[in-house]
Design a protein around this ligand. Structure first.
Ligand code: K1U
Ligand code: ZN
Length: 177
């Protein structure tokens, strides 16, 4: 089998990252089955532990995820994922984003979430996740609603991070000339 072709990851401020992605419909089966291996390959190559379809320019409610740890679930493809319950307990974790590469910040979110989705066969799935998996699921589902982790920071921290990102991007563009 040939390696799936990698997809370009769109960077902030691409407008598709700010749109609410549309739900995957019955007729999208071929599209999501073709997209899933390409999104997984793109995520591994980045490298990352999650990737949402809008990050590769597809405004669709679809996410791939693999924490790549010994005891983790392996590659997951989530179609139309929904958070159906969150814990009162909250946790602070450092987050990064493949659409804002090189920038990291502590983000507070619910520690535990229950998420429902359909897999590529259309089977309903549900998971109760905590810790890093819960953080990653929330970060990816945020992408489907046009929300970036920077939106969850104080205005001061957000502006500092985004200014630093813009500055580094400008330097990179100049170096590439
Ligand atoms: O959605 C994304 O932009 C992917 C993002 C997911 C994420 C990371 C950390 C906390 C919440 C969500 C990333 O994968 S950033 C890269 C990263 O964290 C990583 C890369 C290689 C190994 C381990 C982690
Ligand atoms: Zn992200």
């Amino acid at each position: 089998m040939p390696e799936p072709e990698l997809l370009p990851i769109l960077l902030h401020p691409a407008p598709v990252l700010r749109a609410r992605a549309r739900a995957v419909a019955e007729g999208d089966g071929d599209k999501v089955r073709a997209l899933a291996p390409r999104m997984l390959a793109t995520m591994y190559a980045a490298p990352g532990i999650g990737l949402a379809a809008p990050q590769v320019g597809e405004s669709l409610r679809m996410v791939v995820l693999d924490l790549q740890k010994e005891d983790s679930a392996g590659p997951m493809v989530l179609v139309n994922p929904e958070i159906v319950a969150v814990s009162d307990e909250r946790a602070v974790r450092e987050e990064g984003c493949l659409s804002i590469p090189g920038q990291y910040a502590d983000v507070e979110r619910p520690f535990r979430v229950k998420v429902r989705w359909r897999d590529l066969d259309g089977t309903r799935r549900e998971i109760e996740a905590d810790d890093l998996l819960a953080t990653c699921l929330q970060h990816e589902i945020d992408h489907l609603d046009g929300v970036l982790f920077t939106d969850r920071l104080s205005p001061l921290k957000r502006n500092m991070l985004l200014k630093r990102f813009q500055k580094e991007q400008k330097l990179k563009q100049r170096e590439a000339m």
